[in-house]
Design a protein around this ligand. Structure first.
Ligand code: NAD
Length: 369
C-alpha cells in the first residue's frame, strides 16, 4: 500500500514551492532559466484532467521569484475553473516571465521561452497576456506549435475581446432575469469601468438594448471618443462607487469589489469582465449577499475569450461557432444562481463547485479504462 504523504508534517513543508503547490493541488511547476538570454520564467500547470493546460504568458517585473510563483499558481488555477465551467476540454496553466517587458525583451529571449514551452510536449499551451505582444507571439511560434490566440494574419482567431464582451452581456442579462424576473436591460443604469477592448464592445450591446450607460476610464481620450460614439455618459473615478446604479460592470482591474467599495456601492448586480473581481472571495463573496447584490462570478461571465481560443485550437476557426458556444454563458450563469440559492452559498462558491464537479466526473471516466 502506498502511504499518502501529509505535506504539513513532512520535511517538504520546508520547501515553499512544493508547499504552495499542494495548497491547491497543482500538478506541475516548471522553472526555466537561461543565462545567455537572461530568461527567467515559470510555467504552472494546475490541472490537466479535462485536457491540456492553457493560459497566457505574462511578463512582469516581479519583486522576487516567490511573487512570480504565487502569481503563476493563482492564475493557472483560475484557468482550470474557467475552462471547466465553460464546458471546454482544457485544463488550467499559466506562464510568467520575470522581467520588464519594455526593456528586457528580445527575439532570442522569446524564442528560448518558446523552446521551453515546446519541451512540455503540449501539456501546456500558451497565449498572449499582459506584457506580451503579437510580435513576441510570432517569436514563440517559431519554436513551438503549442500557442493559441494568434492574430488573424498568423492564421489565428484574432482579438477575443468581442466574444468576451458578448459573454459578459449575456451573463448580465441572466443576472437581470434572476434579480428582476426579466432579462431586459432597457432603462437600467449600468456603470462600465474600463472601456478597453472588452468594455467598449460591452457598451455597444448595452446602448443597443436601451440601458442608461455610464463609462469610466483613466484614459481620458478614449473616454471622450467612446462617449461620443455611443452616447454613454462619463462618470469620474471619484464618484463612481457612490453613484446610484443598477449594475456595476468592472472591466478594468481585479479586486475592485472590496470592503471599501462595497460600503459605498449602491447596485443590485455586479457583472463584468475583469478577472478576480472579489478582493477576497471568503470575505467579499459573503459581503455582496449581505448587501443584497447579485454577483455574477467573473470567470463564468468572462469565459468568451477562452472559448474563442478553444475554437482556434480545434481547427477551422470561425467566429460564429465561438459565439454560439459563448451563448451558453447565459444558462450557465442562471444554473449557478440556482445552485447558490439551493445550497445557500455565495455565487462564486457555486461556480467553483460546478467546475470541481465536472473535473471530478470526467476524471472518473479517464481512470476507468
Ligand atoms: P484593455 O487593456 O483593453 O482595457 C482595460 C481598460 O481599463 C483600459 O482602457 C484602461 O485605461 C482602463 N483602466 C485601467 N485602470 C483603470 C482604472 N483604475 N480605472 C478605470 N479604468 C482603468 O483590457 P481588456 O482586454 O478590455 O480587458 C479588460 C479586463 O477584462 C481585464 O481585467 C482583463 O484581464 C479581463 N479579461 C479580458 C478578456 C479579453 O478577451 N480581452 C478575457 C477575459 C478577461
Amino acid at each position: 500500500m502506498i502511504e499518502v504523504l501529509n505535506i504539513k508534517n513532512s520535511p517538504l513543508a520546508e520547501n515553499p514551492v512544493i508547499a504552495q503547490m499542494s495548497l491547491h493541488n497543482h500538478e506541475q511547476v516548471v522553472f526555466c532559466n537561461d543565462n545567455e538570454t537572461g530568461l527567467k520564467a515559470i510555467v504552472a500547470i494546475h490541472n490537466t484532467v479535462l485536457g491540456p493546460s492553457l493560459g497566457g504568458t505574462r511578463m512582469w517585473a516581479y519583486k522576487n521569484e516567490m511573487e512570480a510563483l504565487t502569481d503563476a499558481l493563482r492564475l493557472s488555477r483560475g484557468m482550470t475553473y474557467k475552462s471547466a465551467v465553460a464546458g471546454l476540454n482544457l485544463g488550467g496553466g499559466k506562464a510568467v516571465i520575470i522581467g520588464d517587458s519594455k526593456t528586457q525583451k528580445n527575439e532570442a529571449l522569446m524564442r528560448r521561452f518558446g523552446k521551453f514551452i515546446n519541451s512540455l510536449s503540449g501539456k501546456y499551451i500558451t497565449a498572449e497576456d499582459v506584457g506580451i505582444s503579437t510580435k513576441d507571439m510570432e517569436y514563440i511560434k517559431m519554436e513551438t506549435d503549442f500557442v493559441s490566440g494568434l492574430p488573424e494574419n498568423m492564421g489565428g482567431s484574432g482579438d477575443p475581446s468581442p466574444v468576451t464582451a458578448y459573454g459578459v452581456y449575456l451573463a448580465m442579462k441572466a443576472s437581470a432575469n434572476e434579480k428582476w424576473g426579466n432579462d431586459s436591460l432597457a432603462g437600467k443604469k449600468v456603470v462600465v469601468q474600463g472601456i478597453g477592448h472588452v468594455g467598449e464592445s460591452l457598451v455597444s450591446y448595452l446602448v443597443k438594448d436601451g440601458a442608461k450607460v455610464f463609462i469610466n476610464d483613466i484614459n481620458q481620450e478614449r473616454l471622450a471618443v467612446v462617449a461620443k460614439e455611443t452616447g454613454a455618459s462619463v462618470i469620474d473615478s471619484g464618484k463612481l462607487y457612490d453613484l446610484d446604479m443598477d449594475i456595476y460592470a468592472p472591466c478594468a482591474l481585479g479586486a475592485t469589489v472590496n470592503t471599501d467599495t462595497l460600503n459605498r456601492l449602491k447596485c443590485s448586480i455586479i457583472c463584468g469582465s475583469a478577472n478576480n473581481q472579489l478582493s477576497d472571495e471568503n470575505i467579499h463573496g459573503n459581503m455582496v449577499i449581505e448587501k443584497g447584490i447579485l454577483y455574477a462570478p467573473d470567470f463564468v461571465a468572462n469565459a468568451g475569450g477562452i472559448i474563442n481560443v478553444y475554437y482556434e485550437l480545434e481547427g477551422g476557426y470561425n467566429r460564429e461557432r465561438a459565439l454560439a458556444h459563448a451563448e451558453k454563458i447565459y444558462q450557465t450563469t442562471l444554473n449557478i444562481f440556482k445552485t447558490a440559492k439551493e445550497q445557500n452559498i455565495p455565487t462564486y462558491m457555486a461556480a467553483n463547485r460546478l467546475a470541481e464537479k465536472r473535473i471530478a466526473d470526467i476524471g472518473k471516466i479517464k481512470l476507468s479504462f
